[in-house]
Unconditional design. Structure first.
Length: 439
């Protein structure tokens, strides 16, 4: 009999900001033949591709008041979950310069803003216009409250929650159902805010991972951080690398004669766009046959654009803003080189997308994707000289360029979402069997 899995996600196409929505959706699809899967997200829409699993968008449901009436037994269970409330302002995963983490309340999570959230929810449909933005934590609480209220009577064997925005909902459902909880880590506050960060999001992540039955990391790099910086026991941590959806490699002509080097990602400190800019600036001191393109949005957009103007490089360094997936493919089909100099990158799906399009890839040592894309070049993100040397070498040596592309194609042969789904199924089966033995 197939296990019944309740998956909690935060993003689902057409509403997504990046890798989290792509990965969680692809994993759900890969699991759809292996398990009976129901996925709950804050917001879903009508898409041309109907998922092969039961997708529940809270924005499409009526939430009558009866959903929020809990028995005394459930009330007592939920009182065991203690968390703090903080005001968080994030745009996607970019931390705004003026973000303030302020502890407002310290009390049982059941009581925490429950009356306010419940009154909002029972007035009609769950309604989040923007998944991110001002006071993201309140949206996370609304999601947790709604999920726990409607799902407590559903039949499932295990809960699988993606990233910290769904962890609170996972904890509440675990308390209500007494079913195993898996937390899937695609990105950490460590990555976004640095190794010294011990703010409230870090505390939520650490608390949730301690309470979970298992933690899935998207790379060994992230698994090591979870163990060493969050203090999670190693036996609970499982590495399941992301996959990639197979597409036909294609090349497109550029609308200019120069070679094209691409950076793609959020323009935040974590992703290292300033190191890409510094390398571009060094290369352009000595040659004008290369163009650099920075695709993405974030809090570093202004200083990067201003720096480009100050250096007089506006005709050589270009900015596109956020690109939809089809435009990303078109861009990569023209690129001669892709560079991902992340300060801390749990995985890095965009590097796989570039490799699929026949583009040589340079990544930082502090990235998870190098564990599977083994023939990409890895450098220290701060080592501008080494990065420049590798970039110019690939651009100027056709045989090296071709060798990297062919070696990357061989790497891609063993990277797919079905393999990730099979690994998750093994984890599911082990946890469910263990739970039944203890029952």
């Amino acid at each position: 009999m197939k296990p019944k899995i309740l998956m909690l996600g935060w993003e689902h196409p057409p509403f997504f900001n990046g890798g989290l929505g792509i990965a969680s959706t692809a994993l759900a699809d890969s699991l759809s033949d292996l398990v009976n899967l129901k996925m709950v997200v804050p917001k879903s829409g009508i898409t041309p591709n109907i998922p092969r699993y039961d997708l529940v968008g809270l924005n499409t449901l009526e939430l009558p008041e009866r959903y929020f009436k809990l028995s005394k037994q459930f009330e007592e269970r939920l009182k065991r979950v203690k968390l703090h409330y903080v005001k968080v302002d994030l745009r996607g995963y970019e931390i705004l310069p003026k973000t303030v983490y302020q502890e407002k309340i310290s009390e049982d999570f059941l009581v925490l803003k429950r009356k306010e959230v419940k009154e909002k929810l029972i007035q009609g449909k769950f309604n989040i216009e923007q998944l991110y933005g001002e006071d993201l934590y309140e949206k996370v609480l609304e999601y947790a409250e709604a999920v726990a209220s409607i799902a407590r009577d559903w039949d499932f064997d295990l809960i699988h929650a993606h990233d910290w925005m769904t962890f609170l909902a996972g904890l509440k459902l675990k308390a209500l159902s007494n079913k195993p909880l898996i937390l899937h880590v695609h990105s950490l506050q460590y990555d976004r805010a640095g190794a010294t960060s011990r703010d409230e999001i870090y505390n939520i992540e650490r608390h949730a991972m301690n309470q979970a039955d298992a933690v899935v990391a998207v790379s060994a790099y992230t698994a090591e951080i979870i163990r060493d910086y969050y203090g999670i026991e190693a036996h609970k941590i499982h590495v399941v690398h992301n996959g990639i959806q197979g597409i036909e490699t294609r090349r497109e002509p550029k609308p200019f004669k120069e070679k094209l080097v691409v950076f793609l990602g959020r323009l935040t400190g974590q992703k290292g766009p300033k190191y890409f800019f510094e390398a571009a600036k060094e290369i352009l001191k000595n040659r004008n046959d290369v163009r650099f393109l920075i695709a993405g949005k974030g809090d570093l957009i202004k200083p990067l654009v201003e720096g480009t103007a100050k250096e007089g490089l506006g005709d050589r360094i270009h900015f596109t803003g956020f690109l939809e997936p089809d435009r990303v493919q078109n861009l990569l089909a023209m690129a001669d080189l892709y560079v991902m100099p992340s300060v801390s990158e749990p995985f890095g799906l965009s590097a796989l997308e570039a490799a699929q399009m026949g583009v040589p890839v340079i990544v930082s040592h502090t990235s998870g994707v190098k564990e599977v894309l083994k023939h990409s070049l890895a450098v220290d993100y701060q080592a501008t000289g080494k990065m420049v040397k590798n970039m110019t070498g690939i651009l100027d040596d056709p045989s090296w360029h071709r060798k990297i592309v062919l070696d990357q194609f061989r790497d891609l042969e063993s990277i797919d979402w079905s393999g990730a789904g099979s690994k998750l199924l093994e984890i599911y089966q082990a946890l469910i069997a263990k739970k039944r033995q203890l029952a």
